[in-house]
Design a binder for this molecule. Structure first.
Ligand SMILES: Cc1cc2nc3c(=O)[nH]c(=O)nc-3n(C[C@H](O)[C@H](O)[C@H](O)COP(=O)(O)OP(=O)(O)OC[C@H]3O[C@@H](n4cnc5c(N)ncnc54)[C@H](O)[C@@H]3O)c2cc1C
Length: 445
């Protein structure tokens, strides 16, 4: 039943089997794109009307790219599909006994359900961290962080109190995986190339960028060559890397580390992990560690007609005893696999099991610097790896317009040393930051 009166999902009745997809991320988008709509009606629900290219969120947060450069409108991406219906809605629950999903506008029956709603930031139950830290999981998150950073430098240019200045000019990044490393590199470049020109009155030798990693090396899971390269380069760029430590608490002003160290900061960036965002209504035995357990056909184990793909799916195998990595390629490949085979599943035909093809891992450290590791651990570093990184990121952006925008933006930055997206269009007020609130309100930013 609809939560509001006078509204309806308005999905036409059909004689074809209906496939409902939850989430237009990498998995859902590729699945929707590939399903044969002559044979199936396809309905896609997403709580955003665009696909987010998450690998470049850090560039939006650090003023390298505009938000819309990494967002692809879902309706445009799928405009050529005939019996395809997009609705901007959050799916609230799945009623597997009735083969329906519940949304705020009403329920919809499915013959096949593809769950592709991805992950959310994982604060491991630390409520203070959740309140004050800056996550980086969506474009709104990245824009909040960009506003915070730019407001910070504006404030720092008008502050003499050394204690407050220290908190403004210290940035802590939690998590030394690809996102943490890439964010640290981008901030180091901003500090060196861009900010001193914008704020000649600020002494940027007092700006500290800390990267805190719980393990004993960065880029866990990558080769020794890759992790060493990242460590050395970030070190050279002036990033203060703290290994074997966790941030155990953060109250919006002071971060406390497990090694006893404290860091005064107003900006703590959380890139320390994500967890599956399981939609309610599914059987508890189908869920393991906040992910849906799937078999080698990407079907939720025990279900009749529910598939799960991408970050929300836990597909364990001998080669991947903890499940597939939480990156874009498994989501894309699973999406394509389910879409290609759904006709065969429907007709009870024999289908070859899903096989994940590892195409390698990439992380960039900064201008012309990256690591690229192939599946056999062969690792490339430096400009060649950066070129591959740039090429692949541009190639996988959802539409041609975004590819052009990102390409020209990068070219401009490369030759001018000036990332041009430092506008504070939508000021951000951190939780309980009365001073920031007063400044923004009094000055009508
Ligand atoms: C900061 C960051 C950097 C990353 N960098 C890389 C990288 O360099 N390389 C790489 O390969 N991977 C990277 N990843 C991981 C990669 O982005 C994910 O693995 C990939 O996006 C997973 O795809 P997915 O389709 O499972 O989910 P997502 O892409 O997360 O899509 C989920 C979709 O579901 C929608 N949704 C969620 N809940 C609901 C609901 N209840 N109702 C309706 N819609 C819903 C969301 O709006 C979203 O559009 C990064 C991730 C992050 C956060």
């Amino acid at each position: 039943m609809a939560l509001y009166s006078g509204v309806s999902l308005n999905i036409p009745d059909t004689s074809k089997p209906r496939v409902v997809i939850i989430g237009g991320g990498f998995g859902g988008l590729y699945a929707a794109h590939k399903i044969d709509t002559d044979k199936f009606q396809v309905v896609l629900f997403d709580k955003r009307n665009y696909h987010t290219f998450q690998p470049l969120l850090y560039q939006v947060a650090t003023a390298g790219l505009q938000g819309d450069a990494i967002a692809g409108p879902l309706r445009t991406a799928l405009k050529n599909k005939k019996d395809f219906h997009f609705r901007l809605l959050r799916v609230l629950s799945i009623n597997e006994d009735k083969n329906t999903v519940t949304t705020s506008i009403g329920d919809l029956h499915y013959d096949y359900l593809i769950v592709a709603n991805g992950c959310k930031s994982n604060f491991y139950g630390n409520k203070l961290m959740e309140t004050y830290a800056f996550p980086m999981k969506s474009i709104p998150d990245a824009l909040n962080l960009k506003s915070q950073l730019m407001q910070t430098f504006e404030s720092a240019s008008m502050i003499n109190d050394p204690e407050r200045l220290e908190k403004l000019l210290s940035i802590v990044i939690v998590g030394g995986g690809p996102t943490g490393v890439e964010t640290a590199g981008a901030l180091a470049e901003l500090r060196k190339q861009v900010l001193p020109k914008d704020y000649p009155g600020i002494d940027f030798s007092k700006m500290h960028i800390y990267l805190v990693q719980s393990g004993d090396h960065l880029l866990a899971g990558m080769s020794e060559k890759a992790t060493n390269y990242a460590y050395k380069d970030l070190n050279r760029m002036g990033i203060e890397i703290i290994l074997n430590a966790k941030v155990t608490n953060y109250d919006g002003a002071v971060a406390t580390l497990s090694n006893g160290q404290t860091i005064n900061t107003f900006t703590l960036i959380w890139s320390a992990g994500v967890t599956g965002d399981v939609i309610s209504g599914l059987k508890p035995e189908w869920v393991d560690r906040d992910k849906l357990i799937v078999d080698e056909y990407c079907k939720v184990k025990g279900s009749k007609n529910i598939y799960a793909i991408g970050d929300i799916a836990s597909l364990k195998s001998e080669k991947y005893p903890h499940g597939l990595p939480g990156v874009a390629q498994p989501a894309i490949q699973m999406g394509k696999y389910v879409a290609k085979n759904i006709g065969k599943f429907h007709n009870n035909e024999k289908v070859a099991p899903f096989r994940y093809l590892d195409k390698g891992s990439l992380a960039t450290i900064g201008r012309g610097k990256a690591v690229f590791q192939l599946s056999g651990n062969r690792t490339f570093t430096g400009f060649f790896a950066w070129f591959i990184w740039a090429f692949i990121h541009i190639a996988f952006l959802v539409n041609f317009k975004n590819r052009i925008k990102v390409f020209f933006s990068w070219m401009w930055d490369y030759f001018t040393y000036d990332s041009g997206n430092r506008l504070i269009i939508r000021p951000y007020i951190r939780a309980n930051d009365e001073v920031a609130k007063q400044i923004i309100e009094e000055n009508d930013y």
